[in-house]
Write a protein that binds this ligand. Sequence first.
Ligand code: ZN
Length: 85
Amino acid sequence: MSSFRAAAKIDDCMAEKKSTWTVVLRCYDCKRRFSGAGVPMNGIALIPQAAPCAHCAAKSVIVSGRHFGAAGKLHQILDLRKDRA
Ligand SMILES: [Zn+2]
């Protein structure tokens, strides 16, 4: 992953204020995929923490500010798709 490219994409998107994204997530618990549409760029980073699983309703658990601990109780982002240009 390149942080430089990610930063450039964020700049792009801030110019296009109406752009929203469909985020495809994989549940940390049941491992099934689910997605949420209409996510603004500045909300993408929060989606894995905020969205409950569409299949088993598992919610991510953040312990002591550690997002990527061994417990791995955080949904994984599998894909991002722009909803509109
Ligand atoms: Zn689940």
